[in-house]
Design a protein. Structure first.
Lengths: 433, 159
């Protein structure tokens, strides 16, 4: 396995944040300073069918170049599944052919969304420096890695050279004290952060999530925190590894990992320190057309909805499905609401099925979509139609993103989406728990 | 001239992402300005306010603007990922804190290296953040792909 990145850290004088330590190691430097531009060696590059081979293959051919290390590349198909027309079939075929040609053995075809499949297959570990050809790539930060999204041409640069430039970010500490109350979760924490910081408040710096409420979260909930870091304009979100991380990695077949080298130093200078109290957090809902339009659910309670969507890397992992099932158990979606569930990975769906979670959703009237990005990015045939009102567990509700420009999307947690499906209008899930 | 938070979903709508840039660029910005793709001319400058390019990593967002002939983007701030993509495609992205002073139809002269915009219509000069040297080099080469082409050619010659 070439993905180990636990070179002992040289002793440095000035205290460094976790983000700085990872960047310094990847840049081959004893330390780095926020604001300076460094060139880092990439430990892992994640691609999907949309921004991946269909875009980089022609450019690699133009350069006559080979990939720097096929064993550091993970390719996952998720955007154009199911293949419903000639264009999507062509895009998927390109991905499959390229994986073979380039010798990419870590190729996962149709088993789930890339950000969820990547850790599931044991490819992430603390201290890694990784890039992904998708804006939600910071999801990997939940495992103590520095991971961020890049475009296809920049991915080409990585594939050819194995390195990439980074302006060392400030670390912004997002500290959640207290414990989450019943009916609230990581999604509510992020919507509250979006309301506080706005879409660009993090200015492309690195968020580090800390505090009692974060430590108490299971891994997939931590992934939701990191997944939505781009929604406040951060380059990435990161959570230092702890026992929860190590236990999860071990279950994914990654053994012998140490968390201790990959912690920030006490007293390392921060760009900002935001404090929140999890115990007083209410379920949040973001109104169209921005995640920053988030407010406590009571603000939008009563809003009629046409579709309730539980999907995407942000909101259809096993933990998300469990939350929705807790609300839906013994209840049904309202007659005029379409409840749609697209589990984020095949593995999560199988576990949900075995434990009865999926059954509760299906008995509640859910229709099932494949383990792929589904409606979230508005790519496939299940797009929102004219004037449709949706409440979704996804990350973004920009105008027209999930379908017609006249459609309207409210973002919320799996609890709130499930409760709203039952009520036929936006509703506080705490009434049903 | 556009407002805050012009996002990648309006620049490159998901529905058309499966097509090539020719078709996709026809729908660039259509949900906020339906006439944009038809009326934009080669050499035009697109001006935004805060957080231009918010959202996705899809580089078809800046690519569509480039394909339509847009010569440079000017905004008070850019989303970080979009900024990288724009420069990588060889399209200058100019951070100008005073972008709000620009009106639709103004004639501008942009010096990306020096970090200044001359508004020929009003006679104003607007200060901009200079583009870092390593990115100016990318822009001079026409983007990351031609830059890599040059670099690989040099390495092959060096052998």
């Amino acid at each position: 396995m070439t993905f180990v990145s636990t070179t002992p850290l040289p002793v440095t004088s000035a205290p460094q944040t976790l983000a700085q330590k990872i960047l310094a190691r990847a840049a081959g430097r004893p330390s780095v300073t926020p604001g300076e531009i460094v060139v880092c060696r990439v430990d892992l590059a994640l691609m999907h069918d949309s921004g991946g081979p269909r875009r980089v293959k022609p450019m690699l051919e133009r350069l006559g170049a080979k990939v720097w290390d096929p064993d550091r590349i993970v390719l996952v198909t998720d955007h154009y599944l199911p293949e419903h027309d000639d264009e999507s079939r062509r895009i998927l075929r390109t991905a499959r052919e390229w994986a073979r040609e380039a010798g990419v053995r870590r190729f996962y075809d149709g088993i789930g969304i890339c950000h969820v499949v990547l850790p599931e297959m044991g490819h992430l570990r603390p201290g890694m420096f990784a890039v992904g050809g998708d804006s939600h790539s910071p999801t990997g930060g939940a495992f103590g890695a520095y991971m961020f999204g890049i475009g296809a041409t920049e991915m080409l640069g990585v594939l050819v050279t194995g390195d990439i430039w980074v302006r060392v970010p400030q670390t912004l500490n997002v500290e959640w004290g207290g414990r989450l109350a019943e009916g609230t979760c990581a999604k509510d924490m992020m919507l509250a952060l979006c309301a506080r910081l706005g879409l660009d408040g993090a200015e492309y710096q690195a968020l580090q999530y800390t505090g009692e409420a974060v430590s108490a979260l299971p891994m997939q909930e931590r992934m939701t925190l990191c997944n939505m870091a781009p929604e406040v304009g951060a380059q990435t979100g990161i959570i230092a590894a702890d026992q929860t991380t190590l236990a999860w990695l071990e279950s994914a077949g990654v053994a012998g990992v140490e968390a201790s080298p990959w912690q920030g130093d006490a007293g390392a200078p921060l760009g900002a320190h935001y404090r929140f109290d999890a115990s007083s957090l209410a379920p949040h809902v973001a109104a169209p057309h921005s995640p920053a339009n988030a407010a406590p659910v009571e603000r939008h309670a009563g809003q009629r909805i046409d579709i309730a969507y539980i999907g995407a890397c942000t909101g259809a992992k096993l933990e998300d499905l469990r939350m929705a099932a807790r609300v839906l158990k013994g209840r049904r979606a309202a007659a005029n609401v379409r409840l749609v569930v697209a589990p984020a990975s095949r593995r999560d769906q199988q576990i949900a099925q075995a434990e009865g979670t999926l059954g509760a959703l299906m008995d509640g009237g859910a229709s099932l979509l494949p383990n792929a990005c589904g409606i979230c990015a508005g790519y496939g045939e299940n797009r929102l139609t004219e004037n449709e009102v949706a409440i979704t567990t996804t990350a973004r509700n920009f105008k027209g993103r999930m379908g017609a420009a006249s459609s309207r999307v409210y973002l919320a947690s799996p609890y709130t989406v499930a409760a709203s499906a039952v009520a036929g209008r936006i509703c506080d899930p705490r009434e049903m728990l | 001239v556009f407002g805050d938070n012009i996002d990648t979903d309006v620049l490159a709508p998901g529905q058309y992402m499966k097509f090539g840039i020719e078709e996709l660029s026809r729908h660039c910005l259509e949900s906020v300005e339906p006439r944009f793709a038809k009326e934009v001319r080669s050499g035009d400058l697109v001006v935004g306010r805060r957080n231009f390019g918010a959202g996705s990593s899809r580089e078809q967002a800046p690519e569509a603007l480039k394909h339509l002939g847009v010569a440079a983007l000017i905004a008070e701030s850019f989303a970080g990922l979009f900024y990288r993509n724009t420069i990588n495609l060889g399209l200058p992205a100019i951070v100008c804190g005073e972008a709000r002073r620009i009106r639709a139809g103004d004639q501008l002269r942009v010096d990306a290296g020096a970090g200044r915009i001359d508004n020929l219509s009003t006679g104003e000069t607007l200060a901009c953040e200079p583009i870092p040297a390593h990115l100016l080099e990318l822009l001079a080469d026409g983007g990351l792909l031609p830059h890599l082409e040059k670099r690989l050619a040099r390495e092959r010659e060096g052998r």
